[in-house]
Design a protein around this ligand. Sequence first.
Ligand code: 7TS
Length: 396
Amino acid sequence: MRVYLDNNATTMVDPQVKTAMDPFFCEKYGNPNSLHDFARDTHEPLKTAMEKIYAGIHAPKSDSVIITSCATESNNWVLKSIYFDYIMNGRKDHIMVSEVEHPSVIAGAKFLESLGVKVTYLPINSEGIVDVKYLRDNITPKTALVSVMWANNETGAIFPVEEIGEICKEHGVLFHTDAVQAIGKFRVDVQSFNVDYLTFSAHKFHGPKGVGALYVKKGKEPTPLFHGGSQMGGLRSGTLNVPGIVGMGKAMELADDCIDFEMPDVRELRDYLEDSLLELKDTFVVTPREKRTPNTTLISFRGVEGEAMLWDLNRAGIAASTGSACASEDLESNPVMEAIGAAEDLAHTAVRFSLSRFTTKEEIDYTIDVTKKAVERLRSISSSYAYMPKSQTNEA
Ligand code: 7TS
């Protein structure tokens, strides 16, 4: 059996999305900016797709949704344009990001730091939720931007973006949220709270890879990263990825429909998986369920090296993760576990299972069985577990 439980890294393209994209490879392949009918063939489908994308995040027509190549591009764009627009000219000198942002934000912040920008890395609490009080206490009149993700990719923890948006508004600070793990998991409505920029990426919600977007509130248009064309109102030059945009539109429509219908089932399956694995002694989950996206569990098995666990799971056909795929070749501890301040022996033991609307009960039953056996096997050969003081285990 092959079981895919790494949906926070990427998802299967929904067959309906693939069907919607198909005509734009070998039939309707014109460049939308050309002046012939091959180009014109793409105009109506692009318009429909963009309407679906706007509807999916409840963006008003007056605001912009700029298509990019991925969330990494959108996140980098926000950080770098803030530097060009507000910091380089001396108006501001400071940004704030949570310490558990995706590397595309953390590395961007570190780059700005190397240019002399002051960066505050917001800590997270023992539940894996960003510390809003720390933000409130450290925001200054010179702060240009706060960038805090909506849902964390490792734990699924949902961050209080409404409250953060309010604080930013009070202080006249721009607010960006990376909503990559939010779309399709719960309702995303950019009009329901204060937000200036919002990132998302199609391949995280059963759309194609290589297409993402940045929502931009009217009047907050960032300096472009790419110059050289008139696409996206000159804000993001480059020939439009027509099949990608059509695919993202369809994926967004389906994702929105699924929030009420499929997501409760996904949550039930995730809870069943988690409950079953928590029956094992010395097994921990950090963020409480009600504060998490419905599809994610990050679970620690004391005494079991996460990478060893992945090896056993992979041999049985199960795909999971110990951290971002982007970082999975480094044998490093999970960044969220580190940020929480988990003991060294636990920081290396976290395994992330992320489900999707295509995950079945049979797959979860199989995963529970394989995981339990793997934990038993790996603990039996773990010298650190064998010699661990009984006080550190659940054993009497
Ligand atoms: N932001 C978040 C919150 C993410 O989870 C990811 C990918 C990205 C940005 C980057 O998206 P992309 O469109 O540039 O690919 N996260 C993961 C992960 O958790 N494991 O592999 C990739």
